[in-house]
Design a protein around this ligand. Sequence first.
Ligand SMILES: *Cc1c(COP(=O)(O)O)cnc(C)c1O
Length: 482
Amino acid sequence: MPEKLIFEKSVQGRRGVTFPIEQVKAFSVDAVLPKAYQRETPLHLPEVSENELMRHYTRLSQETYGVDNGFYPLGSCTMKYNPKIHEDVARFPGFSEIHPLQPEESVQGALALLYGLERMLAEISGMAQVSLQPVAGAQAEMCGMLITRAYHQNQGRQRLHVIIPDSAHGTNPASAHLAGYTIKTVHSNAEGIIDLEDLKKVANEETAALMLTNPNTLGLFERGIGEITKIIHDVGALVYLDGANLNALLGLTRSGDMGFDLVHFNIHKTFSTPHGGGGPGAGPIGVVEKLIPFLPSPVVLKEGDYYRLDAGCPLSIGRVHSFYGNFGILVRAYTYILRLGAEGLSAISRNTILNANYLKKRLEEAYDIPMSRPCMHEFILSAKKFKDKGIYAWDIAKRLIDYGFYPPTVNFPLIIPEALMIETPESEARETLDEFAEALLQIRKEIDTAPEKLKNAPQSQKVGRMNEVLAARQLDVRYDPN
Ligand SMILES: *Cc1c(COP(=O)(O)O)cnc(C)c1O
């Protein structure tokens, strides 16, 4: 039986906590809130005992799957282990009990942390300056596009389009579009990387920027990156790195060294924060020297031993979030980076790449791997050849749930039919990768011998296969007691 909604458990008059009402002085609501803002009907809240409440949420927590339950190979999302020390540090009273409106001199420690993180991210990426304000990769992309726009305008020129590869994440064209640009697509070649000849054709004096993910969404390093950035710079445009795949590059190469002008960090991916289910996250943006004046404000500056919030230059695109972004997430990233150090960071990338290639090797005989050259931190299987048996990438993903694993990303990137995108964070042990490989090999056999097991999966859960199209088209999250 699926767990009931908390509203369905509600019994009128039941209480979790009771307050000694008689000790509270009565006051008139009208005295504090104008009539127009008062509710006409009581707020519909569930009425349950503390005991029932506890059981309800404990049961729900046991029914979900997270990185603390098992392997979570969700490609492009970097679902790595989140060290628990981060939670302790984020709860230090000096971090958790301060207020963003406190005077600068009373929060010097917090500002030192922000400043330190800005500098570490600048060093890791080879960029001149970083703003910590955006709270997601997608928001940083939009910032990056607004910075691009402000930069070109300041140069007195108008640029019309942004070039984006056909393998890109959907947020890339969305961000460029929001900043007022049209999108031009550059195609991938048979190797799965940017077709340089095609890039030369689309890049021209109307190009504002190229947005690129490297390693790209097929898990491949763009080998022509030096030439790519040159082609774009030669037409006076900027190159933006979608840094979602930074987990593959730490300590191995830097976006600045590859010629990028802007880069975002998905702190919640690369630098470990519980994510999935929508947040919270952090998406700092880093830029080269000439773009610093356009960064969102404020940034933290250090003068002698004093940390100061800089309101930004008149050319700044302004604020994109309240205060400094998601401070608690930034504390976790700072802790993570300091604990690992330079050696530890590059070990992350070397291990995630090793893990991905190990798993890929174990699967390559049973499944089609469209791009066969060694991958970076993730790789793609295609389930296209099972289509005539009525089996789709989706079915394999759902069957993995019965084997105790979270499914990989499916049907992304769009250029690979029936894609299953598998990412293997560094925090996974070889034994885990072996168990996962065994599950996929077993499922491969089932495709021939018992395809119904895939079509009916998952069977092991309280809720089986859901109609996801219906859920998206007729989204209904309101509980109607009637
Ligand atoms: C996750 C991701 C994004 C978006 O980042 P969010 O932090 O989820 O907004 C953009 N591009 C790629 C390739 C991603 O994997």
